[in-house]
Design a protein around this ligand. Structure first.
Ligand code: AP5
Ligand code: MG
Length: 191
């Protein structure tokens, strides 16, 4: 059975940081929808230009666009041992689409690991990263706040979707990167 993980959490929670560790340890494919959008923005593809108009304001890219992109990426890795979905699903519509899509491949999500970090710490991390990231959505405090608000209103409800399937695990996202990795490994190996 594939080890498919949804790595969930608000902006700046450490999804990307912890994904790096997980792909090494478990040999998984990392799919960050944010990273894929940014790569497209850099290349100025049609998708990138569309995505930029939402991302630079801190809004979500429309579900249909995001879901189709994600499916294409999954299909590029037919022999994957499993995937880390980082930043996807971000709406209940996306979560449903992911379940349906994986089912067509006789696969499913094993667990949602949700990094929990309080808002002040998120803001601090993102404002610090803004100095070096070059990300348009880090550039401005208002946009950062908008991303956090969108998370609370549109994305946080996705937890309930996985709770109902008994797949939800909260991870304390405060501490050193190593401490948090250890919590994640423990959650994967003991569930
Ligand atoms: P996305 O790229 O997913 O960004 P995000 O969710 O806002 O989160 P970040 O990538 O900023 O944070 P992260 O949790 O990965 O944390 P990181 O490890 O970098 O999405 C961007 C945009 O794309 C969205 O706003 C939306 O517009 C669009 N989009 C993406 N997916 C979409 C979808 N499914 N549907 C629709 N639209 C979508 O860490 C953050 C910082 O903290 C780093 O500097 C890091 O070094 C530091 N840090 C990490 N761990 C620690 C620690 N333990 N202690 C202190 N600092 C730490
Ligand atoms: Mg990230």
């Amino acid at each position: 059975m594939a080890l498919n993980i949804v790595l969930f959490g608000p902006p700046g929670a450490g999804k990307g940081t912890q994904s790096e560790r997980l792909i090494q340890k478990y040999g998984l494919i990392h799919l960050s929808t944010g990273d894929i959008f940014r790569a497209n923005m850099k290349e100025e593809t049609e998708l990138g230009i569309l995505a930029k108009s939402f991302i630079s304001k801190g809004h979500l890219v429309p579900d249909e666009v995001t879901i189709n992109m994600l499916k294409e990426e999954v299909l590029k890795h037919p022999n994957a041992k499993g995937f880390i979905f980082d930043g996807f699903p971000r709406t209940t519509v996306q979560a449903l689409a992911l379940d349906d899509f994986l089912a067509t491949m006789n696969s499913s999500i094993k667990v949602m690991l949700a990094l929990e970090v309080e808002e002040n710490e998120l803001r601090e991390r993102l404002m610090k990263r803004a100095l070096v990231s070059g990300r348009s959505d880090d550039a401005d405090e208002k946009i950062i706040q908008n991303r956090i608000n969108v998370y609370k209103n549109e994305t946080a409800p996705v937890k309930t979707f996985y709770e109902k399937q008994n797949k939800f695990i909260a991870i304390d996202g405060i501490g050193t990167i190593d401490e948090i990795s250890a919590r994640i490994y423990d959650a994967i190996e003991n569930n």
